[in-house]
Design a protein around this ligand. Sequence first.
Ligand code: AHR
Length: 631
Amino acid sequence: MTKVIKTKWHILCVLAMVLIMAMTIGGCHFIPISDGGSKKGVASIIGVSQANMREEWRVALINELREETAKYEDIRIVTTDATGSAAKQIQDIDNLIGFGMDLLIISPCDEKMMGDKIKEVYDSGIPVIVMDRAVEGFDYTLYIGPDNEVIGQQAGSYIIDLLGEKGGDVVVLQGNPASVQGTERLSGFKSAIEKASGINLHEVYMGAESKDAAYDMVITARKIVEEADIIFTYSDNMALGACDALRELGLESKVMIVDCDGFKGADEGIDLVSQGRLKATVSCPIGGKEAIDYALSILNNESGVPKQVILRSNIIDKGNVEENLNRINADTVDDGRKIKVGYSQVGQESNWRLANTKSIEESAKDFNIELHMEIADQSQEKQFEAIRSFIKEGVDVIVVSPVVETGWDEVLREAKAAGIPVIMSDRNVLVENREENLTTTYLGADFVEEGRRAMRWVRDNVDAGDGDKHIMEIMGNVGASPTEERDRGFREILAENPGYDITYSAYGDFTFDGGRKVVREYLENNEWDIDIIFSQNDDMALGAIEELKAHGIKPDDDVKIISVDATTEAFEAMVRGELSCAVECNPIIGPQLMKAIRDLCSGKQMPFRIITDEKVYDQSVAEDYIRKRLY
Ligand code: AHR
């Protein structure tokens, strides 16, 4: 940080006194940092509104934020503890605003009740990083959190492998039923276990999530525990209680324990694995490091800040505990060296794709990255060839925007064997076994959400009337992730809204001609009876519009047309009154991708997913935004 705002220091002094007084009346903590910090004055104040300080990972988050902030001389954080109350959390945020915070990091105690307050802060121009629990809508700067459902699934898959074909008995220790995190982990765990046969779950409910409650419960449930192979529980605290109880019962060498959290520190998950008391822990990344890293990028107005970062969780057992500890403790440095990247681009099918290619090429130069891009003309074979040539060349990182979702396992295994990480950009793949970790991260849009947004716009703007609205869906190419996922999201909201149905659905391959052809073929065989067209991209929508006009059907008047991408051409069509709505899919992902590549090469752990920022536009706002379009 270079900017120095002297007045902030004075505000901070007053604030420190106010907050120290407040500590005595209720959970508000001023966090001082290293002595050196006060010499240069304060450039920025980061306000941290924590939901409560009862849960151990929340304390861990505050500690991590503190450690990270201490590395910067001119940044201060001020934390507040809402003690689990939404009303208090709203008051805390108002206090932080009064103190002149420049950025808010919030872990909301109630995602529904805090949504409006977060939106209010964000709308006022103060950037907001939401952590752990996502709020509804997208009125915040960035969301960072784990995928608790996946954490539970990882634990479930590990236990399935551990028990092997003969299966076994698993005691499931459950804490507070109101814990969102716990509920999601349990649901992921059960969904994984359901896929295996021969595993009997014995669910034990405790009502509280603490070491002591877990200890008591294991002792009380002694009879079941004696017959069990494994205890599964979803926090380090509960795992420690279970470990102590097994020791007390003399069952330590008979019953294994698997948990989630995997925190570092004495008697936390990783340490218990090192001690051999825990068979495995699934790490729940805390995200404090990432939050401060992104907070600085936001405060410095840097490019490359995504909308959502879904943090990576790892299974840690005896076999990899050292490696994980080394990674966690290592300081990552970007040495600025030239990085070589091989990029397999799917093709040139749309205006979106051209903008995407341009963004990647330009950003590579900005980030001092040597880029070798191969265009695959929609051929998976060509993409295999490109990936293999990158492996031969010995690039540092391979990036793929895949034409279809499936069929990549073999070539990805080859890249892994060569020690070259693979990033999925814009589109993702489906691999047979996630635990193989064949890809490093996915960076791009949330296509399912785009589909949902399209149908939400229909629901809110096209009256279902007598309940007989016919929809034509023009899809992209068969098997591509945007095709499958946009369709899934659209149908999800459609299913909640009787009165609309998809009467016709066909592939237009994301091209202008493809969209035109879908409408032409429909008209060759049917009377026009379509009320709404959902086109999975702009190019196909524009092709469809041309064909409709050629048949005397008025776009927007006779049929509402919703497309995805929101290119300049789509805005022009909205201004002309032909396209009804464009759901944004942002192709300008070059800066985010290059930042991720540099992070990866400097040794940082990659998140599972990095999701871009996107909005919805219709004719009512098209004029205002058309000049600002970047693609
Ligand atoms: O993968 C993104 C999709 O591919 C865009 O929506 C489409 O225009 C492109 O061709």
